[in-house]
Design a protein around this ligand. Structure first.
Ligand code: MN
Length: 482
């Protein structure tokens, strides 16, 4: 296994080379590793690659099975899917049926890789896989997060409550932790008893590998979240100190080691959502000839309509490289060109709004929300996923009076607003300032616009429609008007 989140043979070739293998199988990597494949072949190994990464050159030293460079119609199949199709082909030769037993793992992989649900094959594999969980790790994660996930796994549920844990292990777990999680995904290993590592365990206490794996994954994720929060704080401070919000791109220029590259991308996502603009988190690099540059991750901002940020960066003419997807990519800029980069992106994005744009399927006025619409949309939950965004609705000019608002303060603040149509609007994780804005005195009211997601609340056998508020704005308020 790799130390971090690398791909390919590069960091393994040295330990592989002295040995000769009959067969080397490389899932989800390898198409471009020509030199390494040559060395393996020269050593007597046959190499088969199952990959979905775009390869620029021919690899004559391996059998390359790659859906991007072949005429395979589905380009939205990641390494896990290509590997599964190969297993299925083996099954057909051997008159066996093993491959289908791993469809849950295929579904998890495709979902975690954010493959498009617009692809019929991909959508089908995800739905089929999530419908029958056999993998111990996935089954136990589902059990542990049942409250959030419900009885049936959905692509969105898995993307939020299972995939990030595997991701955290791959990015920031130790080699032992990675090995443990890997074993917990194998039926032959997962239920073996091992000495407990649970806090407060007694000598001789045992637990299964999968139980231990779930706890370790949860801890590693918590560790990652903490590192991420520390990083966020450091960078928030820089925003203020250096007036970074004066510019259209939130550009961080860091010293080496300030933010671990493992979490830079995650932090960029958070800032992009919070400040509604593109984000670059770059770290100083000094090369062999003492040339200073800044390199790292960049994120566009779909929400405000900046979907082509990579092109915007390229068009400045001062980037050393831009590599990756339009909205999420790597970028490098020479130190001497930073000022030009700032000026040119400010000019290119001068008309970009820093207000969020929401695409909604219905706009209701005031209290005339259609409860059946809300329930219908809520029932479509299993359909949402990559490129099939969850439908949102808007309510304009909703008059909220004091009787309509209930505030629950348990661990977090929840604000509930009832409406004439029987649809309740819910704001979770509300801030004190939200309470202040929405709570009115006896005679007052607030007039608000709301966007949110549809939900069916089941309680005591009754089903009531709800809208989970994603964002709202106050249009008018007479709460201080007596
Ligand atoms: Mn991949």
């Amino acid at each position: 296994m790799h130390n971090g989140k690398q791909h390919g043979l590069n960091d393994h070739i040295k330990e592989l080379l002295p040995k000769s293998f009959g067969l080397v199988l490389i899932p989800d990597a390898g198409s471009n590793d020509i030199e390494e494949c040559k060395k393996l072949k020269d050593n007597g190994s046959t190499v088969i690659i199952f990959d979905h990464h775009i390869c620029e050159v021919d690899n004559p030293y391996a059998f390359v099975i790659n859906n991007q460079s072949s005429d395979y119609p589905n380009k939205e199949l990641s390494g896990v899917g290509v590997t599964w199709q190969f297993c299925r082909y083996l099954d057909s030769l051997l008159k066996q049926n093993f491959a289908d037993q791993y469809l849950d793992l295929v579904a998890l992989g495709l979902d975690a890789d954010m493959m498009s649900m617009k692809s019929i094959e991909t959508k089908h594999l995800i739905n089929k896989g999530l419908n029958e969980i056999r993998n111990p790790f996935i089954a136990y994660m589902h059990e542990k997060n049942k409250f959030s996930l419900g009885d049936t796994l959905t692509p969105i549920g898995v993307a939020f409550y299972i995939a990030p844990f595997v991701n955290a292990i791959v990015r920031s777990g130790t080699m032992d932790e990675k090995t443990l999680i890997f074993k917990s995904m194998l039926k032959t290993e997962a239920f073996k008893r091992v000495p407990s590592t649970k806090r407060g365990h007694k000598p001789g206490d045992e637990e299964s590998i999968v139980e231990q794996a779930i706890r370790v994954a949860t801890n590693v994720k918590a560790r990652q979240t903490k590192a991420q929060e520390n990083g966020l704080q450091i960078l928030e401070h820089k925003i203020e100190e250096n007036n970074l919000l004066d510019h259209k791109v939130l550009l961080f220029l860091l010293e080496p080691g300030e933010i671990h590259s493992n979490i830079a991308g995650l932090i960029a996502n958070k800032f992009m959502a919070k400040y509604q603009r593109p984000v670059c988190i770059l770290t100083k690099v000094v090369d062999d000839v003492n040339e200073v540059s800044y390199q790292g991750s960049a994120r566009g901002c779909d929400k405000t309509g900046i979907t082509d940020f990579k092109d915007v960066c390229s068009a400045t003419g001062v980037c050393m490289y831009t590599a990756g997807h339009e909205g999420a990519f790597g970028v490098g800029i020479l130190k001497d060109n930073i000022q030009v980069f700032i000026e040119k992106t400010d000019a290119a994005l001068k008309n970009a709004s820093d207000e969020a744009i929401y695409y909604v399927d219905y706009i209701y006025s005031g209290a005339h929300i259609n409860p059946q619409n809300i329930l219908d949309i809520a029932s479509m939950e299993p359909l949402w996923g990559k490129d099939i965004d969850e439908a949102e609705v808007a309510v304009e000019h909703l008059k909220v009076s004091p009787d309509d608002v209930t505030i629950y303060t348990k661990r977090n603040i929840t604000i509930k607003i009832k409406t004439e149509s029987g649809v309740a609007l819910m704001l979770f994780n509300a801030k004190e300032s939200d309470v202040e804005k929405l709570q009115t005195n006896n005679t007052g009211f607030v007039d608000i616009n709301v966007v949110g997601k549809c939900n069916a609340n089941e309680w005591n056998g009754f089903i009531t429609p709800q809208i989970f508020i994603s964002d709202y704005e106050i249009i008018d308020s007479n709460k201080y008007f007596f």
